[in-house]
Design a protein around this ligand. Structure first.
Ligand SMILES: [Zn+2]
Length: 68
């Protein structure tokens, strides 16, 4: 009997976070590409706030998404 991981944990929030982690690592301030960084996501229920801090210059990139 094997333990199978259900896809229940994959939410829209997870997919969006992966999207930003993969695509948006280029700092708009200094051009540093944070290849090991990731976005942190926080949600209030209807809105998702993403934040990424550039390890090179400390610039904070933010994104806000509405969940409908
Ligand atoms: Zn930077």
């Amino acid at each position: 009997m094997s333990v199978r991981r259900t896809p229940r944990g994959t939410t829209a929030l997870d997919r969006l976070r992966e999207h930003y982690t993969d695509v948006d690592r280029l700092c708009s301030k200094c051009g540093h590409v944070d290849t090991e960084g990731s976005w942190s996501a926080k949600t209030t229920g209807s809105t998702v706030f993403y934040r990424h801090i550039c390890p090179s210059c400390g610039a904070i990139e933010t994104r806000t998404l509405s969940l409908k």
